[in-house]
Design a protein. Structure first.
Length: 761
């Protein structure tokens, strides 16, 4: 019998328990902390830009080329793309749950490399971005100037150069992304009448810039090999890329035979601006740059959040005057509170089990045995969680809470049986009583453990996203049960042989408790006997319970995970199609006033020109991140996030009729959808037009809104955005010897934008 070894050598059992406990304690500090297990599938994103291109051009010239090559990449579940009128293209490839994101990235990069030669030169010049994306936003950072002394461009560029790169290096950070463009750009505003008068074309300007604004090596003087002896060697420098507005203005476009020079300033206005003006942010009614920090898969959100905040506090010491930062949308706050609440429940459950054990055993000595075994079993579970790649989350902690009532049984079995032998045999020693106990209960302990494993292990093998949730829950319980059995066979008999004593008299309170409990047991036995004589009544009652269970499963709302108040809300704004960004900014100012008037909202960050639901820049779109006050400051039901969302929606409907404003909670599980709720994708498999697809989607949304189970069904897909069509007379262009490429480049430069090359600042 293995237990006899530990009864004879209790220190050996304690060493094993210490190893298990220390392993668990160390693992607790290394385990990632999150709200839920990582169930979001890995994703790889491909981004391309073509300044001035429409959504249709991006779809046909860029999207179809890339998607034809990427489609079918190994491990891919599905892919979705988005082409926008701002010349951006985004392709998201989703892989299976559990797939290695690094290998998925490599496979996508290899496929995209094959498509690059077929892409337009302008797209290749801008470069393709291929990277893993983490859907788990840690928080957003608002950079703003409270006194208005710094403009948005300076703030954005400062954040890009001095803040973004440092935050990306923080352990646990996947990426730091700025919503608004932060790059300086030397913008050339062409004067078409003056260009016509001087006979200058956009191609002439492009050629002059590419010729004169270049970085070129000049070589060295005195570099070997050479004849004779030289005492010095000099590196030569040239004036390469231009740095100032004046230097660009003086670029020579043409020189006549008489020596007359046409410079860039003669046909264009040169200014230092930003790369584009599609998205603008605001915080506390001041222009702001919004930066989103994403969490690396498997990272500890709380530790990473503290590290980022510490880095920000350190960088703030060197901020220019008038610049401040505020952490806005913060997911770590809810994770910290939820994990703290579950941990409190776990400790309360442990204390309650120990208290109940003491009440039923009536002595502190037998209570000590399960009190020692419970922490060893629970803490040791964390070591296996670390090895298994799990996280500390609400699911695993709930599994530990449930396991408390299971792990205590084995230790109690050892204690009670030993106590029985001590009272029944007055001549037996404590060590012999424990030995006899283990001879009797070792088999049942192993058997009950195997039965519990047979119940929970199959649950750990469920596939899919739901299976990941059940997997961690089941593994947590199984490991705790196995460790409980190990403790029951090693630690519990060793401790019992040291602390248990034969008690001659029982405390008065314990005798009173036993008397009352015996009365309850007697009445229960009488009730069971009464029911056994009326089996038909029991059958009817059982059938009624089954009927209630069936009704409950149909009546009670069902869902994957509950929608909870996470202390934040997201906001999406959509104006009529083709609305300008100026109109969007005016709407966002009205919404700022509405949000400021709500007592439950702590702060709000707004983005004009960006749609959360579309995931792209849109002149008629807006977004907002609303941070609610702490839960302790919102005790009333009228101030929970759902009620606040409905209240803000009503206020926006009444006060901002020119826009569709929707507030909604974040997704229940990070990475599973854009917002909380249900997301459907309608796919056209018959090659119909965009207009027909839009009509089908609107019909589906209208039908869904008729259901009493759905609050609001909507779509951001639009196929009837007003546009102008330019009909070029190609025959006449050829008759006049005007190349079509010149017409296209002129349109792009005059009405859109075109990238030429870089400059130094």
């Amino acid at each position: 019998m293995i237990s006899k070894t530990f009864i004879e050598r209790p220190k050996f059992a304690m060493v094993i328990a210490l190893i298990i406990t220390l392993s668990g304690l160390i693992s607790m500090t290394l385990l990632p902390v999150s709200e839920y297990p990582e169930v979001a599938p890995p994703q790889v994103k491909v981004q391309a830009r073509w300044p001035g291109a429409s959504a249709l051009v991006m779809e046909e010239s860029v999207g179809q080329v890339i998607e034809d090559v990427v489609n079918g990449v190994e491990g891919m579940e599905y892919m979705s793309s988005n082409s926008a009128n701002d010349g951006s293209y985004n392709l998201t490839i989703t892989f299976g749950v559990g797939d290695d994101p690094d290998m998925a990235l490599v496979r996508v990069q290899n496929r995209v490399k094959l498509a690059e030669p077929s892409l337009p030169a302008e797209v290749r010049a801008q470069g393709l971005t291929i990277d893993k994306i983490s859907p788990d936003i840690l928080f957003t950072i608002n950079l703003y100037s409270p006194d208005g002394s710094l403009d948005e461009l300076f703030i954005a560029n400062y954040g890009l150069i001095n803040i973004q790169n440092r935050l990306k290096r923080v352990p646990g950070v996947s990426d730091a992304v700025m919503f608004s463009t932060a790059d300086y750009s030397m913008r050339l505003w062409l004067n078409p009448p003056q260009m016509t008068a001087l006979g200058i074309t956009t191609d002439d300007i492009n050629a002059a810039l590419q010729e004169q604004n270049v970085q070129a090596p000049a070589g060295k003087i005195g570099a070997p090999p050479y004849d004779g002896n030289l005492s010095t060697e000099y590196t030569l420098q040239l004036k390469g890329r231009m740095k100032s507005r004046e230097e660009f203005e003086n670029i020579v476009l043409r020189v006549s035979d008489q020596g007359a020079i046409v410079r860039l300033r003669d046909v264009a206005r040169v200014e230092l601006g930003q790369l584009d003006y599609k998205v603008s942010g605001s915080f506390r009614n001041q222009p702001a740059t919004v930066m989103a920090v994403y969490l690396l898969p498997g990272a500890n959100s709380l530790i990473t959040g503290d590290a980022v905040k510490a880095q920000l506090a350190e960088m703030q010491k060197t901020f220019p005057d008038g610049l401040e930062y505020v952490v806005g949308y913060d997911t770590t706050r809810y994770v910290e509170v939820s994990i703290s609440q579950v941990t409190t429940s776990l400790l309360q459950a442990v204390a309650l089990v120990i208290l109940i054990t003491f009440v039923f055993l009536g002595d502190w000595r037998p209570t000590l045995v399960p009190s020692v075994a419970i922490p060893v079993s629970l803490i040791g579970t964390f070591a296996v969680m670390l090895v298994s790649g799990m996280t500390i989350n609400t699911v695993t902690l709930f599994g530990l809470i449930l396991a408390i009532g299971i792990v205590v049984d084995d230790a109690i079995l050892v204690v009670e049986n030993t106590d029985r032998h001590l009272h029944e045999d007055p001549d037996i020693s404590t060590k012999d009583a424990v030995t006899r106990t283990m001879e009797e209960v070792s088999g049942p302990i192993v058997a009950t453990t195997l039965v519990l494993l047979a119940v929970f292990l199959p649950v750990a093998m469920l596939p899919g996203i739901t299976g990941v949730m059940y997997n961690q829950f089941a593994i947590t319980i199984c490991v705790a049960v196995v460790l409980s059995s190990v403790c029951a066979l090693t630690l519990s008999p060793a401790v019992a042989s040291l602390v248990l004593r034969r008690s001659s008299k029982q405390p008065r309170w314990y005798r009173g408790f036993n008397k009352g409990f015996e009365g309850v047991t007697h009445r229960y036995s009488s009730a069971v006997g009464y029911m056994l004589k009326r089996r038909s009544l029991v059958a009817v009652g059982f059938a009624a319970l089954m009927a209630l269970l069936l009704v409950g499963t149909r009546v009670i709302p069902t869902g994957f995970v509950p929608v909870e108040d996470k202390g934040v809300l997201m906001l999406n704004v959509q104006l009529p199609d083709a609305a300008s960004i100026t109109r969007t900014q005016n709407v966002m100012e009205k919404l700022q006033a509405i949000v400021d008037a709500d007592p439950a909202v702590e702060s709000a960050t707004f983005l004009s020109g960006y749609s959360i639901l579309a995931g792209a820049a849109q002149s008629n779109g807006g977004a907002g991140f609303l941070v609610l006050k702490h839960w302790d400051e919102r005790p009333d039901m009228k101030d929970i996030s759902l009620a606040v969302s409905q209240r803000l929606n009503r206020a926006a409907y009444q006060q901002v009729p020119e826009a569709l404003v929707q507030t909604f909670p974040p997704p229940s599980i990070p990475g599973m959808g854009l917002v909380g709720g249900l997301e459907l994708v309608v796919e056209d498999t018959q090659g119909r037009s965009h207009e027909e697809l839009a009509g089908a989607i609107q019909t589906l949304a209208a039908a869904a809104n008729e259901s009493p189970l759905i609050v609001d069904a909507f779509t951001t897909f639009r196929a009837n955005v007003p546009q102008y069509f330019i009909d070029i007379n190609r025959n006449k262009a050829k008759t006049l010897h005007v190349p079509l490429t010149n017409i296209f480049s002129t349109l792009q430069s005059q009405l859109g934008s075109s990238y030429i090359n870089d400059f130094s600042l």
